[in-house]
Design a protein around this ligand. Sequence first.
Ligand SMILES: *Cc1c(COP(=O)(O)O)cnc(C)c1O
Length: 442
Amino acid sequence: MDHNSSFSRRVFFQQTGKLGVAAAMAAYAPTILVAAEQTDGKPAILGGTPVSRTSSSGWPNRSGSEIEFLTDVANGGWGGFQGKYVARFEQEYAKMCGAKRCVTTNAGTTALVSALEALDIGPGDEVITSPYTFIATFNSVMAHFALPVPADVDLETFQLDPNKADAACTGNTVCLLPVHIGGYPADMDGMMEIGNRRNLPVIEDACQAHLGKWGDKYLGTIGKAGCFSFQQSKNLTSGEGGAIFTDDEAFAQKLLAIQQNGGYRGNNFRMTEFQGAALCAQIKLIEKFAEQRQENGMYLNKLLSEIPGLYPAKLYPKSTQSAWHLYMFRIVAEEFGLNRQQFIKAMTSERVAPWGGYGAVNWGGYVRTSYAGRAASRVYPKKAMDDYIERIGALPSFHRLCSEALWYGQTMLIGPRSNMEIIAEAARRIQKNAGAIAKLDS
Ligand SMILES: *Cc1c(COP(=O)(O)O)cnc(C)c1O
């Protein structure tokens, strides 16, 4: 509904009547844009008709088995310790992706914490990762009082640049932690080559990357281990939850011990049966949705790449399937004619608002502040922190990316193909009228 315009009750009923079907579907699923019936190509911000009459999204959707499975759990066996739904989900998810073992956890963050713990990572160790990520990636390293070392990204793909990761390695480096950001595959050949050459394990932060593929392998199955999140926003969800893939049986046994206070520096990271039941229901949908996102994502890439100044995040040649947790693109202001803020504002008027994504976190400052306390400062005195921050350096591509990036959420891509055309039409008309729109600010 457009809250800005005043319209009569009659118009209101006309619109809601026509939107009835879309609204009913939206209770269960994706973002559905409804194209305006008449448009003159004039951007809404200049007084034209918005490209979309509505934007509604419902997530998570339901497969239909949720109530049955969750009721079954409610009738007994609430814990995840040898729970049947948790075990069933672990088997199904591993089989679907070709992993030998799947060990569930209560969150994606604790999946990462567990994998790093199973590698015995601790104070003084360095882990190379991408600065363009959710803060949990860094926190999982810091949970072990180790140093997360961000290496710069490749501006075009948004992913950790293997050359920069290689250059960031020191004698203290113990692990490579690439992130498949947005669910788009990181350069796994590049990362595995460094790992093999330097004898460093690779852990994939695949928290956004369910069913993404590198060549014929699913993301999360290429490195020593791959970590997933089933948090509410993710492409496969149980509200909260996580899992680790590994092909190494001894490693899986360690993960199981860590997950249930069974040894090492154990903890309780167990998934509950409620989460397991929700996942057993949700997993029924994910292959179909992955296919739909891939089709729509590639189509939107094609449409947006035809517009001057817009650059869809590039996929590597071996990225046979992105998970499209996000749809990511960049705006180059000088070419487009508007800066990112102006573009977002104009797209918002069209009711197809993208957002700017991650801010340019000062990671060195974040780690320094977090390690300023009594215990950590024994491991990292001032000199060590100064050296660390100097080594991180300016990360120019990361900073540029944070100022140019634009995102849509994954639900947009499980909507109809026409969503892509509506978004592209909005961007196209805004670009064509960039001069007039820019004048609004002056
Ligand atoms: C979501 C996410 C995590 C953490 O997962 P939680 O389930 O929220 O703990 C870690 N890394 C990345 C890249 C994520 O997107």
